[in-house]
Write a protein that binds this ligand. Sequence first.
Ligand code: AMP
Length: 300
Amino acid sequence: MKVIHDLNEIHTQLEFARRDSKRIGLVPTMGALHDGHLSLVKRANDECDISVATIFVNPTQFGPNEDLTKYPRTLEKDLDHLRQAGCSFVFVPAADKIYAPNHSTYVEPPTVANRWEGEIRPGHFRGVATIVLKLFQLVPAHIAYFGRKDYQQLAVIRAMVDDLNIPMRIEACPTIREQDGLAMSSRNRYLSSEERKRALGLWHALCRVQELVNDGEDRVSTLNDAMQSKLKDASVDSVDYANVVDADTLEPLERFQGQGVAIIAARLGKTRLIDNLTLSQSSSNSNYDGCRDDAQGGAD
Ligand code: AMP
């Protein structure tokens, strides 16, 4: 595994590989890697000749009162994980090389960025779109792998790639969960053990919506109320949103008519978590393993 910090070097090495007809898969991350990230690397390894993980805590996607400075940085451990996962290249650029002091160009994010995370975290998707486009320029991959865990981010990137005619295929990968259903996240490590228990409320709320849909409920107001009530039962500290939305536009739905995704953002103490579940009308939703206490990982 080659670890590269230099912007020109990563580009040159991968251009060589491309000329050699190698297929390149890109996995952008902010580090503090867990099995969710590694599942993306595995997918890139399965489908490509060369996998490239990037580790960069992107300052422009954090708001002024967010956790940029305390965001977990665990580079040595991350490199061990990536080595074990069989990753070919790791690109770890320095912040001042990505954003030179005179840097002033940003991507105006697409419409699908406007609501939800976009509303609560102003500027977040501008930062995400900008860094992802920069990484696409620096790492000339054929396919980029993103997790469905960050559902709106995935939608933003897909729209950007379409709108700007970026020659990159975007692949969505399932959300990897802990045994009990909590979506893996670098931010889970902020949770106290008591908050960790309450955090399971997000998964329980998502499961409840799928159960109601299985029972034939199609009124989205009822589905949204059910999520709120599960989150309240779990004593999460606050709910930023809990809505069933159109799977493509992320606009609110009135009725569930076969397609939709339940999205949640909630806070436990100082930690903000997001999760989602793509809903299915048939009771055999492959995105959902049921909401038992022993639910296996790998859903959605
Ligand atoms: P991050 O390091 O949080 O920016 O995430 C890097 C990539 O990993 C993004 O495409 C995320 O959607 C994806 N990811 C994060 N958590 C998970 C998870 N639990 N399962 C699958 N993918 C994930």
